[in-house]
Design a protein around this ligand. Structure first.
Ligand SMILES: Cc1cc2nc3c(=O)[nH]c(=O)nc-3n(C[C@H](O)[C@H](O)[C@H](O)COP(=O)(O)OP(=O)(O)OC[C@H]3O[C@@H](n4cnc5c(N)ncnc54)[C@H](O)[C@@H]3O)c2cc1C
Length: 472
């Protein structure tokens, strides 16, 4: 008599790692694991994965498949149908996964749970990507926090400590009998135009590389993180955001690894940034309209402009404001933009150009390797002033002053705007004010080699403040 195997599907989603993967760990403990990934373009609606993220996913799946000795089973389509087929064809009794928090995924997963349980298939979901579940970090009266500091201090730090990270599953027995899947290439994740090749030198992808990136950051940058994190020319931030988004590393691994060190201002600051990630997910969970609607209703009356030319100049880094253009070109060149620059370019779009934050959020969604529905929409609402704990609308970044302050020797700006590489620092961030002799010496003909500013800073600032007053 042959004993029937207990085959459990572990459905990989935004947890593309083997270590500290609660669902995979539990599945491995209980039986033989069938590891699957499903590319779902059917359910996300407007939020299908963007171009840059698809490239990252392609490379990350390759790495994950390698670590599973080529046994990752890949599918493309609606997970409801695919999972129902898989369980019935392979006599599977359980399906496990780690939770995701995008509203469309929550809706879909609830439906899948119902469908599978109706077939007597056991389902179980785990927390694999947040330190604190959004439904646990609530105010005393049960309402969600809308302001970061009390959320983080009272809702998180004063509450139960996050789950300790797990190791790799012991005895991971994989189900290697014939289950038809697709080769990764068939997912067609790579764009037809080869723009993604330029991203390759900037990134090391996959679980092992996420750990290496984290280790490098701890060795070289963490000590001075608080002081240096605002200077884009210094390699002073972790660049862990795409690894965290795709779950190649868990926040728990980061949290506990750093927590054991002697507390410093830099350590606390870095952990609070991980806290901002938690806060954004908390907002998205409790306010699922976050990507679509202003959290503050009064912004529904804001007199946004429609101007295709402005938008195109902003997207392509041709606004005539060198710091803004450097940020936008960094994004295009590397799939990433430093946080200081994200705030500067976002403020420029919504305040100086008066274009709706949705335009910026969409462009970031397509171009960022770390495009993340919670972080992106919460951050755009924060900069636009319409969010929960938002920057006041009247705080309008001046890109010239920001440049002088945060890129004092101009090296970041000159790297991404090489047409200005010979401009003296005094005029680097405001080249239109430079005397002709200086422009000639720097070999810059404004309007030809580099654009004239598309808006006047002072006037556009006043226009923004008037627009803000008009909606009161
Ligand atoms: C307009 C705008 C859009 C943004 N869109 C995204 C996005 O789509 N995806 C994304 O991951 N981040 C987004 N951010 C937040 C932040 O800019 C990035 O997380 C950060 O720059 C990533 O670089 P890092 O990993 O080197 O950060 P580090 O400074 O090393 O921080 C470590 C981690 O903390 C988290 N974190 C840091 N700052 C924030 C923040 N302000 N909000 C939420 N989490 C944070 C990230 O997971 C980050 O990887 C956005 C910010 C702005 C202003």
């Amino acid at each position: 008599m042959s004993l029937e195997k207990n085959i459990i599907i572990h459905w990989f989603r935004q947890d593309l790692r083997l270590c500290d993967n609660p669902s995979l760990f539990e599945a491995a403990k209980q039986g033989v694991v069938l590891p699957i990934y499903i590319l779902d373009d059917d359910n996300p609606g407007l939020y299908q994965m963007g171009g840059a993220s698809r490239w990252w996913l392609y490379r990350s799946l390759q790495e994950l498949n390698r670590s599973l000795n080529g046994n990752l089973v890949i599918h493309n389509g609606d997970p409801k149908k695919i999972l129902l087929n898989l369980v019935s064809e392979n006599k599977i009794k359980s399906v496990f996964w780690n939770r995701c928090y995008e509203p469309w995924r929550i809706r879909r997963d609830k439906e899948i749970k119902k469908l599978l349980e109706a077939q007597n298939i056991k389902t179980k979901s785990f927390n694999g990507s947040l330190l604190w579940e959004p439904w646990d970090a609530l105010k005393k009266d049960g309402a969600p926090y809308k302001v970061f500091t009390p959320y983080y201090r009272k809702g998180c730090l004063n509450e139960v400590s996050p789950r300790k990270p797990l190791g790799k599953p012991r005895n991971l027995n994989l189900y290697v009998e014939l289950v038809n899947g697709l080769p990764i290439d068939n997912l067609k994740l790579l764009p037809t135009i080869n723009w993604h090749e330029k991203l390759e030198p900037y990134w090391r992808i996959g679980e092992t590389n996420a750990q290496k990136t984290f280790a490098d950051f701890k060795d070289n940058c963490l000590n001075n993180y608080k002081k240096n994190r605002n200077y884009p020319a210094l390699s002073s931030v972790s660049r862990l955001s795409p690894h965290l988004h795709f779950g190649e590393i868990s926040p728990n691994q980061i949290w506990y690894d750093i927590k054991i060190k002697k507390e410093t201002d830099s350590i606390n600051h870095f952990l609070s940034e991980i806290g901002w990630r938690e806060f954004s997910h908390n907002l998205l969970y409790h306010f699922p309209d976050l990507p679509y609607n202003n959290l503050q209703d009064k912004f529904d009356r804001f007199p946004w402009l429609e101007n295709e030319d402005y938008l195109r100049c902003w997207q392509t880094g041709q606004t005539g404001y060198p710091l803004v253009d450097a940020g936008m070109r960094e994004l295009w060149e590397t799939g990433y933009m430093h946080n200081r620059l994200r705030m500067v370019v976002a403020s420029f779009l919504v305040k100086n150009l008066l274009l709706h934050w949705h335009h910026g959020e969409k462009w970031f969604w397509d171009c960022l390797l770390d495009a993340d529905l919670a972080n992106n929409s919460a951050s755009w609402q924060w900069v636009a002033g319409c969010g929960a704990d938002a920057a006041p609308y009247f705080r309008i970044f001046n890109p010239c002053i920001q440049g002088q302050k945060f890129d004092p020797d101009g090296s970041y700006t000159k790297r991404f705007v090489p047409e200005l590489k010979s401009m003296p620092n005094k005029y680097l961030f405001n080249p239109w004010e430079a005397p002709d002799a200086i422009l000639q010496k720097a070999d810059v003909l404004l309007g030809k080699d580099y654009p004239m500013p598309i808006v006047n800073l002072k006037l556009s600032r006043l226009r923004a403040l008037e627009a803000f007053m008009s909606m009161k």
